[in-house]
Write a new protein. Structure first.
Length: 122
């Protein structure tokens, strides 16, 4: 069963909202001013750590941010692919790519870019 026009519009809006939120997050990671803001907020006078443990903490924080940025970039790509599916083949949006059965609306509400009706498969 294909989604109604109202449902498609709702999921388009959800996808666009999720996309905008991810873009804001990615800008936070990639913005040059992010490093300056963190330095100002912490009250540090220099970007160089005074203690070796601070260097380790800074390294871990940078790795976590890079990992989050990678995950969010992949999620953004999934959202863009979902929007493309919604615009080009709206009759197939919300249909499981593996089984050709409808994806439960509850799942689409949580993950509007879902390609399948179950977790763990893509």
């Amino acid at each position: 069963m294909a989604l109604s026009a109202a449902q498609l519009k709702h999921f388009e809006e959800r996808l666009l909202q999720e996309r905008a939120a991810l873009q804001r997050e990615l800008q936070r990671y990639t913005g040059a001013e992010a490093a300056d803001d963190e330095q100002e907020q912490s009250g540090d006078l220099t970007k160089l750590p005074f203690h070796p443990a601070d260097l380790g903490t800074d390294t871990i924080n940078a790795e976590i941010e890079a990992s989050n940025a990678t995950r969010e970039s992949a999620e953004l790509a999934e959202i863009d692919a979902a929007l493309e599916r919604l615009y080009q083949t709206p009759e197939k949006f919300g249909i499981d790519e593996n089984t050709n059965k409808p994806i439960p609306l509850e799942r689409l509400e949580v993950i509007p870019w879902a390609r399948t009706g179950t977790q763990g498969r893509r």
